[in-house]
Design a protein around this ligand. Structure first.
Ligand code: ADP
Ligand code: GLC
Length: 476
């Protein structure tokens, strides 16, 4: 049994922009079920209501370089997990988690530096911590602070750090002078520490300093050690491969299953698939498409619209795709070029394509349930959760064979293509359409997917074993 303090910029249901929130929202409870003691530290964004929370610390002083802040710490318990919210309105009470319409906030390094400092405060005063489990670059500063500023502090003697990389594409790159803003100074500006092509990288510093590294699938753990997927950190990751493991994300089937989903039109299961047709009709109606589309395969997309997700491939094959007898429904937001691309497709093909440029959890659930196929042509994908949700909803994934997509989908449960080309994608979609017309073959692939179990238990046990091994190291 270990005492784990997780540090993250997102956790469902409190604050979410992507899969990181799903993971930090559900892994802690699974660890608790397995016997670990777990707490989570998060920013108290303006969108998070304080109603059900208790204030457990007032005016905790936080020092980040030349800046100081006072944080109130609020606590909420869920499923045996203590969530600590760091309340510094000046830093976190804004129109978004990382940015607003004008782009990323210019002081994100200070905002998340303060989060790491606050987590160290929580460990000192409120939650006896054996291991800090840090997620992504936003928590990458914590191992750095622990090994520099707090080195020699008896409270943290023997305390270990785990850093999980959910996405190597986001690194927290800052300028050399910004290191001062974080209280780190020029001594950290070295190629073997935080220097990164003339700037400084918070994720790199975390990778250098953490005691153990994980990423969210075995496939991605291998890929990030290659130049193709390494975002210029592959050399460092190869050097640290001895402490790097891939642990596949689990999913929360209480939230994501057609048997109890509170957002969908009808419930269904592998034994009784009937309700799925009602979900399809409801989805078509939600997107303003007519009933005649019931006779065509419906391809669903729910995604951040980012280059990572491979939508440029759809652009490449748009003409051919539109010649097929299909319906395409997409929900997502992000980069302008992809928002425009989907809007354009819908404009030119109003009876076949519908898009909502938004972030909307309710509609995400409806797409999982109402679609026949789910499309993820990712350029890279550390794990990917939507394809795993899709399996449970009997919505057959069509994916590019990369990272977690490759690890979770096989030919019994979905369609995979390897080359990052429009043709490869189009072939996979055509294969899927072909099978959809064969009712028996389709029901078989649907049921194979629904029978898969990606619940957290096995993956949480892997994290537990990792914590234990670090604990043993501590006693030596
Ligand atoms: P990533 O973390 O790279 O965005 P994942 O597949 O791991 O990809 O997780 C994405 C999560 O975010 C899923 O829970 C998905 O349903 C959700 N999501 C993404 N975009 C939207 C959106 N526009 N509206 C609602 N939910 C979304
Ligand atoms: C990242 C990745 C995604 C992964 C998620 C949770 O955002 O892009 O593949 O599933 O983190 O680990």
């Amino acid at each position: 049994m270990s005492k784990i303090l997780m540090v993250s910029s997102e956790a469902a249901p409190f604050a979410k922009t992507g899969g990181l929130a799903d993971v930090v929202g559900s892994l802690p409870a699974a660890l608790v079920r397995g016997g670990d003691e777990v707490a989570v530290v998060l920013p108290r964004y303006g969108s998070i209501a304080l109603d059900e929370m208790r204030r457990v610390w007032e005016r905790l002083p936080i020092y980040v370089g030349p800046n100081s802040f006072q944080a109130d710490i609020w606590r909420l318990d869920r499923a045996g997990v203590a969530f600590f919210f760091v309340d510094i309105p000046w830093l976190y009470d804004r129109g978004g988690l990382y940015g607003d319409l004008r782009g990323d906030f210019g002081d994100n390094q200070v905002r998340f530096g303060a989060l790491c400092e606050a987590a160290i405060g929580v460990a000192r005063h409120l939650f006896k911590t054996e291991i800090f489990h840090c997620h992504d670059w936003q928590a990458g500063l914590l191992p750095i602070y622990l090994k520099t500023k707090f080195d020699g502090d008896p409270t943290f003697f023997g305390v270990k750090t785990v850093l999980t990389i959910h996405n190597l594409g986001y690194q927290g790159i800052i300028s050399r002078t910004d290191l001062q803003l974080l209280g780190l100074g020029d001594s950290m500006f070295r190629p073997d520490l935080m220097e990164f092509y003339g700037n400084a990288s918070l994720l790199k510093g975390g990778i250098v300093m953490a005691d153990a590294l994980t990423t969210v699938s075995r496939g991605y753990a291998r890929e990030i050690q290659t130049p193709q997927y390494g975002f210029n950190l592959d050399g460092l990751l190869r050097a640290r491969s001895g402490v790097l493991t891939g642990i596949l994300n689990g999913v929360d089937y209480d939230e994501w299953s057609p048997e109890k989903d509170r957002f969908i039109a009808a419930h269904y299961s592998s034994a009784d698939l009937e309700g799925k047709a009602a979900c399809k009709l409801d989805l078509l109606t939600e997107f303003g498409l007519g009933e005649e589309a019931m006779d065509r395969p419906l391809i669903g997309i729910v995604s951040r619209f980012a280059t990572q997700k491979g939508f440029d491939l759809i652009q490449q094959i748009a003409g051919h795709l539109m010649a097929e007898d299909i319906t395409l429904i997409a929900l997502g937001n992000g980069e302008q070029q992809y928002e425009d691309m989907f809007r354009g497709l819908a404009w030119h093909n109003p009876t076949k394509v519908a898009v909502k440029v938004a972030y909307d959890n309710r509609i995400a659930h409806k797409i999982e349930a109402g679609s026949d196929m789910f499309l993820m042509p990712s350029r890279y994908e550390p794990c990917g959760l939507n394809q795993i949700y899709s399996l449970r909803y009997g919505t057959v994934p069509v994916v590019r064979a990369t990272g977690g997509l490759d690890d979770t989908i096989d030919k019994e449960t979905g369609f995979k293509f390897h080359d990052y080309t429009g043709w490869a994608l189009l072939n996979s979609i055509r294969e899927a359409i072909g099978l959809w017309r064969d009712r028996q073959g389709w029901t078989e692939i649907v049921r194979n997917g629904m029978a898969k179990d990606f619940s957290w238990d096995a993956s949480a046990a892997e994290y537990s074993a990792l914590y234990n091994s670090l604990g043993r190291e501590m006693q030596r």
